[in-house]
Design a protein around this ligand. Structure first.
Ligand SMILES: Nc1nc2c(ncn2[C@@H]2O[C@H](COP(=O)(O)OP(=O)(O)OP(=O)(O)O)[C@@H](O)[C@H]2O)c(=O)[nH]1
Ligand SMILES: [Mg+2]
Length: 182
């Protein structure tokens, strides 16, 4: 069985890192180094400068138990590339919205996108070193998430952590599908 998942979220939330950590094949990346104009537009004061950004997508694959294959599609984070999300979302079973607590509201766009399309999603909070730590309850209030939407704390550099998030989104998508069929 093959399942397509989208990895979305704000600029620099760790989408490319997540796909790279999870993937058993060499991930396809479409990163470019950032132009001076891009830096001026997107860099956030106080955060480390970012050298590269995704312009089209990331792609990776992970197999569970030898027969469930997850195809991971990372979206570009910068708002000017969002026109590509529509195509990437086609046929996806669910999505992960990655959030960075230093700029939590950057993922509002992604949440709106999936809510409007009725696409199952979970919110994964990428716990960057030194970033503020909020509990699930505070993240839920801050992002105005329905009680049914899972929120998972993660570190996208750690494989076990990413696997937990992947399992959460697949389970959530299956649960919603099951309740729709009833
Ligand atoms: N300390 C720490 N650094 C991280 C973590 N996740 C990602 N990074 C770093 O943060 C930067 C941004 O990560 P990316 O994976 O490129 O983020 P992205 O969401 O793909 O960014 P865009 O494609 O530009 O939107 C990279 O330099 C990563 O090495 C994390 O959990 N902790
Ligand atoms: Mg990226």
């Amino acid at each position: 069985m093959a399942i397509k998942l989208l990895i979305a979220g704000g600029f620099g939330a760790g989408k490319t890192t997540l796909v790279g950590t999870a993937s058993e094949i060499r991930p396809l990346r479409t990163e470019t180094s950032r132009s001076a104009a891009g830096r001026a537009a997107d860099d956030v004061p106080g955060l480390e400068p970012k050298e590269a950004t995704t312009v089209a997508m990331d792609f990776g694959r992970i197999t569970f138990e030898g027969n469930v294959m997850l195809y991971l599609f990372g979206t570009p984070g910068q708002q000017r590339f969002w026109f590509m999300w529509e195509g990437l979302a086609r046929g996806a079973a669910g999505a992960i919205v990655l959030a960075d607590t230093r700029r939590l509201t950057d993922c509002f766009g992604a949440i709106d996108f999936f809510e409007q399309r009725g696409m199952p999603f979970v919110v994964a909070v990428n716990c960057f070193d030194g970033a503020p730590r909020y509990g699930q309850a505070r993240v839920r209030v801050a992002l105005d998430l329905d009680p049914g939407i899972p929120i998972i704390m993660c570190d996208v550099r750690r494989r076990e952590s990413v696997v937990q998030v992947l399992i959460a989104v697949v389970e959530h998508a299956l649960r919603l599908k099951g309740s729709a069929a009833r």
